[in-house]
Write a protein that binds this ligand. Structure first.
Ligand code: NAP
Length: 463
């Protein structure tokens, strides 16, 4: 290690919110700094494109801020580059003064119950990626001929999945929901969507605006059992001690629904609180799910935990989405904390192991792969700024490692390996094509979901 002699160059891996906010913080702290934002897809924005629900366009409008970041001097987008396959972490570390890992939480958590791997049992995250047109998931199929569906978990992803299943396809047709999903949802036979929460309404992870939306859908009755809204002593105490008003507001919304007369609507969203799935049944595919009723008790640390009783019920569901959280994955050449599913770090400086304070020089982390899969888009702004503050102070202290002086070495390496690297201008080409295709149908855009098609459109436009 020695002091750097050239002006610093930083590579950011992953172009979701944390990647863009890291770039923004760098640009603010070191105007004109050279940043290469690397993504495995030719299309940027991570979960803003592949996760945020299509009927939440306001949340997606954060991409306008990302566009401004991409327009700053020194910024390059290196799309269609798979770190770990096309180029290794060590090769990147040899070519940049610093690397910020912002590759998010790519997979999902499982329940660990019998029958979970039966056809018809899916991760909610896969369904989300499918309806949002993520290229890796575009070819997936979900059996929407089923009348009863269960969604396990009651976070905001569960709200999104339940809403997309419940919403009339005519309404979804005005969004940028992927064409293949629109066609499938248009034919959907789903009538009953069961939201299964292992704890009570006070502990529900969803936020009130997202919860409330379920009760505002045309052609949908929301069914809440008033018994589930009678709070146990532990939940009463927890609610009284909470500063966060979200649980109280959720409770108010749920109480309103419990008192609301049913309309005999075509679709129902049914809440099952204090219930955990214990088994999925079926021979060739999911035909039912047994849930056990839980009682809640204090965990002795201000929280409330679910304890199974012996009361069970079998629900005749034919499709199950587990929505119990995303999970971070390890990357070759980077330390990993398997237990937490994050890259171990001290306030954004990657450390050599979980619990260690020994930093790996030049390696930083931000976003969900730093702190776990929680928080909204804006949470990543603060998180990335904290990381970049460490990086900038390391630059000032001269503690980054010396690297090859020439930025063109990364371009040469990728070219030598036959990697078709796509640029920000290439993304703008794709963006324009998607919007033009959408305009013809009265939609915001029609997403291109095939990487080969993206590359061929880019190649044509470059000619
Ligand atoms: P989440 O908010 O952490 O919710 C996970 C849910 O799964 C919780 O209800 C949790 O219950 C439940 N769960 C976990 N393990 C379980 C198990 N073994 N059995 C049964 N239930 C289990 O995660 P998420 O919904 O994936 O969302 C991830 C983050 O993205 C969140 O911060 C969310 O707010 C954000 N997000 C925001 C929006 C938006 O703003 N519109 C949209 C989507 C996602 P317990 O509480 O009992 O653990």
């Amino acid at each position: 290690m020695s002091t750097t002699t050239t002006s610093p160059r930083v590579a950011i891996v992953g172009s979701g919110p944390s990647g863009f906010y890291a770039a923004e913080a760098l640009q603010k702290g070191a105007p004109g700094i050279a940043i290469d934002l690397i993504d495995r897809l030719p299309i940027p924005f991570g979960l803003v494109r592949g996760g945020v629900a299509p009927d939440h366009p306001k949340i997606k409008s954060v991409t306008r801020i990302f566009d401004r970041i991409a327009a700053q001097p020194g910024f390059r987008y290196l799309g269609h580059v798979r770190v770990g396959q096309d180029v290794t972490i060590d090769e990147l570390r040899a070519r940049y003064h610093a690397l910020i890992l912002c590759y998010g939480a790519e997979t999902d958590r499982t329940l660990g119950i019998p029958g979970e791997t039966l056809p018809g049992s899916h991760a909610a995250t896969e369904f989300v990626a499918w309806y949002n047109g993520h290229p890796d998931y575009a070819a997936r199929t979900f059996d929407l001929t089923q009348r009863e569906v269960a969604v396990i978990g009651i976070g905001n992803v569960a709200m999104d999945v339940a809403r997309i299943l419940a919403k009339p396809a005519t309404v979804l047709a005005t969004t940028d929901l992927a064409e293949h999903a629109l066609n499938a949802l248009n034919e959907s036979a789903v009538q009953t969507i069961r939201l299964v929460a292992r704890r009570g309404p006070v502990q529900a992870a969803c936020t009130t605006p997202e919860l409330r939306e379920l009760g505002e859908l045309d052609g949908v009755d929301v069914i809440v059992n008033p018994r589930d809204l009678e709070l146990d002593a532990a939940s009463e105490a927890q609610l009284a001690a909470m500063e966060d008003r979200n649980p109280a507001k959720n409770l108010e919304v749920l109480r309103g629904w419990a008192a609301r007369p049913l309309t005999g609507a075509r679709r129902q969203v049914v809440f099952h609180f204090n219930a955990s799935p214990v088994e999925l049944h079926g021979t060739d595919r999911v035909e039912g799910m047994t849930i056990v009723r839980n009682r809640l008790e204090s965990d002795g640390r201000g929280g409330v935990r679910a304890v199974a009783t012996d009361e069970t019920q079998t629900l005749p569901v034919g499709l199950v989405f587990r929505s119990v959280g995303y999970k971070g994955m390890s990357m070759s050449g980077v330390p990993f904390d398997d237990r937490r599913g994050v890259v171990p770090n001290a306030n954004g400086r990657v450390t050599d192991a979980a619990g260690s304070v020994t930093a790996v020089p030049g390696l930083y982390v931000a976003g969900w792969i730093k702190r776990g899969p929680q928080g909204v888009i804006g949470t990543n702004k603060v998180c990335a700024a904290d990381t970049v503050a460490q990086l900038l102070s390391d630059i000032a202290a001269g503690t980054l490692s010396t690297v090859a002086d020439d930025v063109s070495t990364i371009d040469a390496l990728l070219a030598e390996r036959g990697v078709t690297v796509t640029s920000w201008a290439d993304w703008q080409t794709l963006d324009k094509v998607e919007q033009e295709r959408g305009a013809a149908l009265g939609r915001p855009r029609v997403k291109i979901t095939d990487v080969q098609e993206m590359l061929s459109i880019i190649a044509d436009a470059r000619r």
